[in-house]
Structures are given as structure tokens and as C-alpha cells.
Design a protein around this ligand. Structure first.
Ligand code: ZN
Length: 444
């Protein structure tokens, strides 16, 4: 089956304004203007702006259950976490599954085709969190890079989380081994991949960080963690380890080209240079950083140092949303708010959310519209009030604030059609999700 996505309004590389041909799961050809390729099906994209499928590099699906949670509002990261840990400790398989489905649906409808999630809360009531995430992503036809998170440093050992949500190192490593065998696809076109992801320096022991790095190298997996999110974290690391966060992780074997960090706000110029040299990536999370008042990631300096910068919505309790397209606009505006008009163009967040994110995840088959790449595409119409009167259609997606894709293709299959996910009852999903959120808050 060859599908010709014909003459998109904007977004094709120069010389390919006639569109592209999808065959199987891949982009099989680019079409020069005025030409008509052989195809079994034609999709007229004359009203659509096309982008490579957006790639989210950091999220916590379960946090959709604690959006705008009253006791956590208006708090900085550490206080915010302390307010939320006891609620998250009540997670069960049923609540977790509905949270994953809702977060994935929200991402997909915003044009996201590959979703990384970082799940690190494992109370005894939540048996197989990563397996549930894998199943839910597969049901929606999305690519998933799921990060087996972990915490082993509770308040009893000088960490931040309560004992009810941490696990022992042996349990964590054994589960990582099992999940890698069950779900990780190493090659081109992979739909499910596993990464290993201790939560942060203030909730994980040095032993767990070190053993995770060894395990990831042995199994050929990527590594992920929160790093340099706040000044409080710098202070914590200096007080507890006598080192800044990056020095601490470097010593534990974490400066590798298989590593990407979430946030990466508070790095020095020398630290950025070392990260670039090592091939480390950063998942930039603008909305979360703004809501929690964490600071502004120096995206331009990171990229100039050779660091791959991807984009991410972060958890729905710190962003209160899982809309990746919206994050492009936030990302561009935040850079300009911090660094002036020259700090970002409208094209920059498009690059972060596609090529940059793909580099973070170690994927050279995603993030661009080129022959041989996976056919992951997001198509947006400009037929809403917010776009009316716009001149440059590609810029309009970012500056006018596109929220919802009209069509999304993953691996050559349409997964969003006319702004909806075929077969998914959103009203029923929201009812189940709201009920789960109420149960988590102890309200029935
Ligand atoms: Zn996070």
C-alpha cells in the first residue's frame, strides 16, 4: 500500500512541496512540486501544515490524576513533591491504567507520535506499572519509550519520599532486567523501548545510580533522570555529597551518549561543555519549569555546546497538561522572556520536539521528513479562530498556538482522523479518569 500525502500547505522540505509517499511504516519518497507519484491512495493535504510526528521526552502519565491538586498549588518543587507523595502512594493498577490512557490520548491528539514516560512511584498496590503503560501505548498505536523509574532513598535514609513509595535495589534491578527482555525492541522502527531511570539525586542512593548505569550499558538501554531542575537540588547535592549534581552523576558513570536528563536548568558553562562532549541530551520542559518557578533552561547555550535538546510536557501535576504542541509555543516564548528576541525563532521549538527529541532517545529513524525515516507525521488544519488571518502557516502553528492535530500517522497508520482517535470514547474515558482522581484524593 502506497499513500501519497499530497501537497501539504506548509512544512515539507524545500523541493518536496508535492508531498510524500508512505509505503508500509516508512517514508518511501518525497515528491517535487508538480509531480504525481504512483500511489494506491491519495490523501489531499492542501489544507494541512505537516510536521514530523512530535516526540515527548519526559512525562509522568500517572500525574494526570493529581492536576491542580489543592494542597500542592503554589509550591516549589520539594514542597510540591512532599504534598503529592502520599496521594501517589495510593496508586493501584486500575487508576494507573486509566491515567496512562488519558495522558497518551491527550499527547496523541496534540500531534505526539512517540511518548517517553518516566514512572518512578511503585507502591505495593501498583504491580506492573511499566507493563500497563506498554499495553496502553500499543492499544493506541503509539510509540513508547518507557523509563523504568526508581526510588530507594526514603525519609528514613535522608531522602525526600516516604517509605511507602520506595523499593529495594535488588527488586528494581530485577524488574529492569525482566522489562528489557519483555518489551525492549532495539532496532529501527521500534514501537516499544525501555530506558532505566532512577528518579533524582534526592530520592535515589549512589549505589542505585551506579548499578543502573552498569545495567543499562550491559543491556544496551538508555538512561534517564531528573537533573539540575532547581537551586534547591544543587544545595542538596552540595550538602549531602559535597558536589554539584552533574559532578555527582559523572562519578557514578552517567555522562554517556545513552543518557538524557529532564530539565537541565542549572548547569554552568563548563558542565554544558562536558555534557556536549559526552553526548548527553536534555529534555526541556518549559511549562513545568514556569509553573514550579524552577528557572529557565539555557537551551541556546546547551545546543551550542553540542547537547541534544528535546521537548517535553513533564508530568501533568506540574504542567497540568499533556499537550505537546502547546509546549512548542511555551518553549519559544520562555526563551524570549529570558533571553530576548534573538533567543528563539518559531522554528526552534519545532526542531526541539522532533530532531532534538529523537537524538535524546537515540533514534535516528524518527524526527524528520526524509526518505527511509519512519512514517510518523502530524498534520494540523488552520481552520480555528486562533489562526484566522495568519500569513505564514508554519509560524502560525507556534505563534497562534495550535493545540490539536487533525490527522496523526504513526508507522504508516492513521491514529488520529478528523481530530479524533477512532474507537476511543473520550467522554467515557474522562468519566472513568475523573472518578479515579476523586478516589486518589480520598473522595469516594
Ligand atoms: Zn519530571
Amino acid at each position: 500500500m502506497r499513500i501519497w500525502i499530497k501537497t501539504p500547505l506548509a512544512g515539507m522540505p524545500p523541493g518536496a512541496e508535492g508531498g510524500l509517499v508512505v509505503e508500509g511504516a516508512e517514508i518511501a519518497g518525497l515528491v517535487p512540486p508538480g509531480q504525481s507519484p504512483v500511489a494506491d491512495q491519495i490523501f489531499d493535504a492542501g489544507a494541512h501544515v505537516i510536521l514530523p510526528g512530535l516526540i515527548n521526552t519526559h512525562h509522568h502519565f500517572y500525574q494526570t490524576l493529581t492536576r491542580a491538586y489543592r494542597p500542592a498549588l503554589d509550591k516549589k518543587l520539594f514542597d510540591w513533591l512532599v504534598a503529592l507523595y502520599p496521594v501517589w502512594a495510593k496508586l493501584t493498577d486500575a487508576e494507573f491504567r486509566v491515567a496512562c490512557r488519558l495522558a497518551l490520548a491527550e499527547l496523541l491528539l496534540s500531534g505526539c507520535t512517540t511518548a517517553a514516560d518516566h514512572h518512578y512511584v511503585f507502591p505495593p498496590s501498583l504491580g506492573h506499572a511499566i507493563d500497563i503503560e506498554m499495553e496502553e501505548a500499543a492499544a493506541l498505536g503509539m510509540r513508547a519509550v518507557l523509563c523504568r523509574g526508581s526510588m530507594d532513598l526514603s525519609t528514613e535514609d535522608g531522602g525526600l519520599p516516604p517509605p511507602t513509595v520506595v523499593q529495594k535495589i535488588d527488586t528494581i534491578l530485577a524488574d529492569g532486567e525482566r522489562l528489557a527482555k519483555t518489551w525492549h525492541q532495539p532496532g529501527k522502527g521500534a514501537m516499544t523501548q525501555l530506558a532505566l531511570a532512577p528518579c533524582s539525586p534526592f530520592s535515589v542512593s549512589a549505589d542505585l545510580m551506579r548499578e543502573t548505569a552498569k545495567q543499562a550499558a550491559r543491556l544496551g538501554l538508555h538512561m534517564h533522570t531528573h537533573l539540575a531542575e532547581t537551586e534547591d537540588e544543587n544545595d542538596y547535592c552540595l550538602a549531602c555529597f559535597g558536589k554539584r549534581p552533574l559532578d555527582y552523576l559523572e562519578e557514578l558513570g552517567w555522562l554517556t551518549d545513552h543518557t538524557w536528563f529532564a530539565h537541565g536548568i542549572h548547569f554552568s558553562a563548563d558542565e554544558m561543555r562536558r555534557m556536549g562532549k559526552a553526548g548527553v541530551g536534555v529534555a526541556h520542559c518549559p511549562s513545568s519549569n514556569m509553573i514550579l518557578g524552577s528557572g529557565i533552561c539555557a537551551v541556546g547555550a546547551l545546543e551550542a555546546a553540542g547537547v541534544a535538546v528535546g521537548l517535553a510536557v513533564d508530568g501533568s501535576a506540574s504542567n497540568d497538561g499533556s499537550n505537546l504542541m502547546q509546549e512548542l509555543r511555551q518553549g519559544m516564548f520562555l526563551q524570549r522572556a529570558g533571553g530576548g528576541i534573538g533567543a528563539a525563532t518559531f522554528r526552534d521549538p519545532i526542531r526541539w520536539a522532533t530532531e532534538g527529541s529523537a537524538r535524546c532517545l537515540g533514534r535516528d529513524d524518527l524526527g524528520a521528513i526524509r526518505v527511509g525515516m519512519q512514517a510518523d507525521l502530524a498534520l494540523f488544519k488552520l481552520d480555528e479562530l486562533r489562526f484566522s488571518g495568519a500569513d505564514d502557516p508554519l509560524a502560525a502553528l507556534v505563534t497562534c498556538g495550535a493545540h490539536r492535530a487533525d490527522r496523526v500517522m504513526v508507522a504508516g497508520m492513521w491514529r488520529v482522523v478528523d481530530g479524533a482517535i477512532p474507537g476511543l470514547d473520550l467522554a467515557a474515558l474522562m468519566a472513568a479518569h475523573n472518578a479515579a482522581a476523586r478516589r486518589m484524593r480520598g473522595m469516594g
